[in-house]
Design a protein around this ligand. Structure first.
Ligand code: ATP
Ligand code: MG
Length: 439
């Protein structure tokens, strides 16, 4: 069967817009065929579109032979357009169906399909990701991306209403911001360049002119992780605020996170139901403990951690049991935080860095930044980085860059928290990990 063009056909209703009050009206619907049945005197199929599903019912006594033949020839997941009449039908889902007068197969799907479109036959994650288009037609993956979209909207609206300016910084860069070990090199004409690990340096500079900035954009990490929480390309929601300290930006993050949970609970009830996931809006104030307090709690609970140790999943899981779901850890050892974090004035082993944790995952990291050129150069050297490579960045610190603070929030980790997704790959349309570069 050859694919057909739309011609003059246009969609008049989404499936969810069709209800029994419209009985008797004409409609043109477009979408994908997910299930086809022949019950003897009646043939029907389920047409699915972005909004939901609608049953298309062809009673053999009522519709023409050409329509019945057309239905017989349709394969599941084919894109189709149906013209017909809306009818009340007690036995159909939502009590309504469409009786077709004309069917146009816009693009027939090849059989066999790699996935069962109804989801009745379970597929593993790799198979699903390989056939992501088909996978994303199903309600659960769709619900995840509707919630992710909702969360990004809240971030954008919330920060805009707080006076932030949305910015876009380069993703092709000359030097590292985190550690040199996790950079993806690219060839940039005759120079060496890298994919950006974070908008860190640019957003800091922008506090010297735009005051409060945020960016929603990709970050690239050449980490060889193979965990449920790491990918090599993710979206980061980043902010940076002039004339502020970590306490100020912790407050901003706290308000934002609570706002996101509130709005998602209110506006995405249907998606949360589809995902069979319940979320609780966190209460303010979100607990804040220092690194030293966290270490003490962990060691009291039987762990044997030296001062200066970073926490990973086992420690974070333990802290979840002791402290609770959502909490901040502040004042980390300088040694395990990036070069741009401000050390304590009276004890340079400690820094003004913080993390936000939700259950056992780190959602965000931030802190007060260094705004003195001399100190920044010293910290670069301490981290084994060459200040010469940062000369363009360091120059800004001679031009009155204000004291500033900020954070980066992982949008996919946030989406995991909101949707209950067990694997971060579920929250990215086309994930990039160590083994996966396609599709
Ligand atoms: P982790 O310790 O969990 O590997 P990180 O401390 O290296 O994360 P940051 O540099 O602090 O990450 O980045 C800020 C936020 O961006 C993180 O808290 C996380 O939400 C997100 N993020 C960073 N790297 C990744 C990654 N590889 N995969 C998923 N999210 C990431
Ligand atoms: Mg971090």
């Amino acid at each position: 069967m050859k694919p057909k063009n739309l011609g003059k056909w246009r969609r008049t209703h989404l499936s969810q817009e069709i209800d029994s009050d419209l009985a008797g009206e004409k409609t043109t619907i477009m979408g994908w065929v997910t299930d086809i049945r022949d019950l003897g005197g009646i043939k029907f199929f389920i047409l699915q579109d972005f909004s939901g599903t609608i049953q298309v019912t062809a009673p053999k006594a009522k519709v023409g032979k050409d329509i019945l033949n057309e239905i017989d020839s349709i394969s599941k997941e084919s894109a189709v357009a149906v013209k017909g009449e809306i009818a009340k039908a007690d036995q159909a889902p939502r009590g309504v169906e469409v009786v077709p007068s004309e069917i146009r197969v816009l693009n027939p799907a090849e059989t066999p399909l790699p996935l069962d479109p109804t989801g009745r036959v379970k597929a593993d994650l790799d198979t699903r990701l390989d056939a992501r288009l088909l996978d994303l037609r199903r309600p659960k993956p769709q619900a995840i991306f509707k919630i992710k979209h909702g969360a990004v909207q809240v971030i954008r609206n919330h920060l805009t209403s707080e006076g932030f300016v949305e910015v876009y910084t380069p993703k092709i860069v000359r030097s590292a911001t985190e550690t040199g070990a996790t950079l993806f090199p690219i060839s940039y004409f005759e120079k060496e360049a890298f994919l950006s690990q974070s908008p860190q340096l640019y957003k800091e500079v922008l506090t010297g002119c735009l005051d409060k900035v945020f960016e929603l954009g990709p970050i690239f990490r050449a980490e060889e992780h193979d965990t449920r929480y790491h990918l090599n390309e993710v979206i980061s929601a980043d902010i940076e605020v002039a004339f502020s300290t970590k306490e100020d930006v912790i407050d901003i993050l706290e308000d934002l996170i609570v706002n996101i949970f509130e709005e998602i609970t209110e506006d995405h009830e249907e998606e949360l139901e589809t995902l069979e996931h319940e979320i609780e809006v966190p209460e303010k104030p979100v607990p804040r403990i220092t690194y030293d307090e966290a270490l003490e709690k962990l060691n009291d609970a039987g762990m044997k951690l030296e001062w200066g140790a970073d926490f990973s999943i086992p420690e974070q899981r333990k802290l979840r049991e002791i402290v609770g779901g959502l909490f901040f850890i502040t004042d980390w050892p300088t040694e395990i935080k990036p070069f741009y974090i401000m050390p304590h004035e009276d004890d340079s082993k400690l820094s003004h860095a913080f993390d936000l944790l939700y259950n056992e995952i780190e959602l965000a990291s931030g802190g007060t930044r260094i705004h003195q050129r001399g100190l920044l150069e010293k910290q670069l050297k301490n981290k084994g980085l060459n200040p010469k490579r940062f000369e363009y960045h360091l120059k800004n610190f001679e031009w009155g860059l204000p004291p500033h603070s900020g954070w980066g929030l992982g949008v996919e980790r946030l989406t995991m928290a909101l949707t209950g997704a067990e694997n971060i790959r579920e929250t990215v349309l086309f994930p990039r990990d160590r083994k996966r570069l396609t599709p």
